[in-house]
Structure formats: structure tokens, C-alpha cells
Write a protein that binds this ligand. Structure first.
Ligand SMILES: Cc1cc2nc3c(=O)[nH]c(=O)nc-3n(C[C@H](O)[C@H](O)[C@H](O)COP(=O)(O)OP(=O)(O)OC[C@H]3O[C@@H](n4cnc5c(N)ncnc54)[C@H](O)[C@@H]3O)c2cc1C
Length: 298
């Protein structure tokens, strides 16, 4: 384990929360929805709301998570600019695939009548197969359900080819988890080249890519390529994380008449949120230093 990781592991929860403050809407469903309203009104941005948490083990905590998602769905019912993101590790995957699928299915079913879209986030490679199985099974029955693929994984082009016969909304990102060299690219420039290729492959297979990156040259390259190909501007969208300073580029994308969506996490129980944030920082220590840099600039 390197020094950065050890320091992150030792970092107290309260400090993790301070580091994460610019990237988190706050505590409670109302803070998430309030942030979504604010950035929609001020900047014309769409959002995907995420309840922070993973490594939720006890059934009572998983059920409490499902109930928060139900409240979230109710709260966003008249907000077509808001979607919802969730993770297998907060919804019972530690107990069993069937239990996790049932919980996610309940949430997707609750959101379906009002047309709220749900995205199943992708976690580390040990969960890729099970996440895709759950995704495909629920996608058979519901249209308001999408998932995430990570361009760093060698398997991703095959996953795109085998995703689903129906068109799907797929967030394509490089992936935040460091993965072993025998299954994944190790260098960011290559991951980003692959992201560009995967975005094209998704379109070729009739899917709707949600291009999730903060890399400005990559975003401009995607825009130029898609415009040249005459791809309709409502056939894809861009996504970024709340708190990453990209206001000018976001404004440009909105002015093109396209969806620019921010991932807006909020906490309900800091126990799970802190654990999640630490794991994210630990999975990609460079992020902690970017956060520090941005905080000092504020
Ligand atoms: C909407 C969204 C959803 C995501 N969902 C998933 C998921 O389900 N599974 C998954 O594995 N990964 C997910 N990710 C993370 C993603 O895989 C990357 O790890 C992350 O976006 C950084 O990669 P990048 O392409 O922005 O390039 P980078 O080279 O990492 O970033 C480009 C530049 O953006 C800035 N930047 C990037 N991140 C931050 C930050 N946190 N704070 C401050 N500045 C920053 C920096 O200036 C950096 O130089 C998601 C990302 C986004 C935007």
C-alpha cells in the first residue's frame, strides 16, 4: 500500500466530509432536490441525484436505503430534468444477487409511471458481471433504466455488443477504480481514447451515450466528431460531477441545446456516506489532491 492510500485510510470521517463538501449537495433528500433546482434554474443544467453510500450490509439498512430512494422518486416527480443513480453495494448485493435485483427492481418500478430514469452505477471489476446481469434482467421489463460502462476495462467493447437488444442509456466513463493490468488499461490517455471509441460503438448499436468526463479536449473532440457525422444532438448527452469547475464548457453545451447533466450526491446517513467517500478517494488518491487544490482556490 502506498503512502497516499495509508493517509486516506487514516483520515477521520469528519475530514473526509470537509474534503468532499464542494462535491456533495448536503444531508437529506431536500438538499439534493434543492441543489438540482438551483443549478437547473441558474445554469440550465440537468442532474442525476445519488444517495451516497455503499458497503451497506444489514437488511434494515438496505431497506432504509430503498425507502430513501422512494422518497427521492416522489420528490422529483415533476422534475423531468432529474434522474436518479444507485449502486448494487448499497442495495443488497452483499447478501445475494436475487435480493439486490429485487430491491433495484422495486425502485425502477416505482419511478416508471412518472418516467423518472434510473441509472445503475458501475463499481469495481468484481461486480461487473453481476451488475450487468441485474441491469439486463430489469431492462427487459422497464424502459426507464440505464447503466454505466468503464472504458478502462478490456471487456467493455464486448459488453457494448452484448448489452441489450433494446436501446439503452449508457453512461460511458473511464472508471474510477484502479484495476489490475491483466484486465484493464493503466494509462489515462489510452482510457480516454477508448472512451471515444466506446461512445461511437454505443451509437452504432443504437444506444444513447452519456459521455461522462471533465476532459475538455476529449469533450470537444466528441462534439466535433458527432457534428461531422450529423448525429442528432438529442441522441447523446454529457455528464460531469458536481463541484468540478467547468462552468464555461457546461454553458456552451447547454447553448447547443444539449443535455449537460451533473451528478449530485447527497448524504442521508453519514456512516455510509463517509465510508463511500473514503473508498472513492482511496480508489483514486489523485482525486483527494484535486479536491485539495480546488478547495485552496475557493
Ligand atoms: C457523471 C459521472 C458519473 C460517474 N459514474 C461512475 C461510475 O458509475 N463508475 C465509475 O467507475 N466511475 C464513474 N465516474 C468517474 C469516472 O469514471 C472518472 O473517474 C472521473 O470522471 C475522472 O475522469 P475524467 O474522464 O474526468 O478524466 P480525468 O483526467 O480524471 O479528469 C480530467 C480533469 O478534470 C478535473 N477533475 C476530474 N475529477 C475531478 C474531481 N473529482 N475534482 C476536481 N477536479 C476533477 C481535473 O482537472 C482533471 O485534470 C463518473 C464520472 C462522472 C462525471
Amino acid at each position: 500500500m502506498d503512502l497516499k492510500r495509508i493517509l486516506l485510510d487514516l483520515m477521520p470521517g469528519r475530514l473526509v466530509r470537509i474534503f468532499a463538501a464542494p462535491y456533495v449537495a448536503g444531508k437529506g433528500v431536500a438538499s439534493g432536490v434543492g441543489k438540482a433546482d438551483e443549478i437547473h434554474a441558474k445554469q440550465g443544467l440537468s442532474t442525476t441525484l445519488d444517495l451516497l453510500g455503499e458497503e451497506v450490509f444489514k437488511r434494515e439498512d438496505v431497506e432504509a436505503t430503498v425507502q430513501v430512494y422512494f422518497r427521492m422518486i416522489e420528490a422529483v416527480k415533476d422534475r423531468p430534468f432529474v434522474t436518479i443513480s444507485l449502486k448494487p453495494t448499497q442495495l443488497g448485493i452483499h447478501e445475494s444477487e436475487a435480493y439486490c435485483e429485487e430491491n433495484i427492481r422495486r425502485i425502477v418500478a416505482a419511478a416508471a409511471p412518472q418516467g423518472t430514469h434510473i441509472t445503475l452505477d458501475m463499481e469495481d471489476h468484481t461486480l461487473t458481471d453481476v451488475t450487468l446481469r441485474i441491469f439486463k434482467s430489469i431492462r427487459n421489463d422497464f424502459d426507464n433504466f440505464g447503466t454505466v460502462l468503464q472504458s478502462r476495462l478490456f471487456r467493455t467493447p464486448d459488453d457494448i455488443r452484448n448489452l441489450h437488444a433494446k436501446p439503452c442509456k449508457v453512461r460511458i466513463c473511464i472508471g474510477i477504480y484502479k484495476e489490475p493490468a491483466d484486465i484493464a488499461l493503466q494509462e489515462k490517455p489510452e482510457m480516454k481514447e477508448k472512451l471515444f471509441e466506446c461512445m461511437q460503438l454505443l451509437l452504432e448499436h443504437g444506444h444513447y451515450p452519456e459521455i461522462a468526463t471533465h476532459d475538455e479536449p476529449l469533450i470537444r473532440r466528441c462534439i466535433q466528431h458527432l457534428d461531422q457525422k450529423g448525429v442528432a444532438r438529442d441522441a447523446y448527452e454529457f455528464q460531469m460531477l458536481l463541484g468540478v469547475p467547468r462552468a464555461e464548457l457546461q454553458r456552451e453545451i447547454v447553448e447547443r441545446g444539449q443535455i449537460m447533466r451533473l451528478y449530485v450526491p447527497f448524504a442521508e446517513d453519514w456512516r455510509f456516506a463517509t465510508h463511500y467517500l473514503k473508498r472513492r478517494l482511496g480508489a483514486n488518491p489523485a482525486m483527494a489532491f484535486m479536491v485539495m487544490k480546488n478547495m485552496l482556490r475557493l
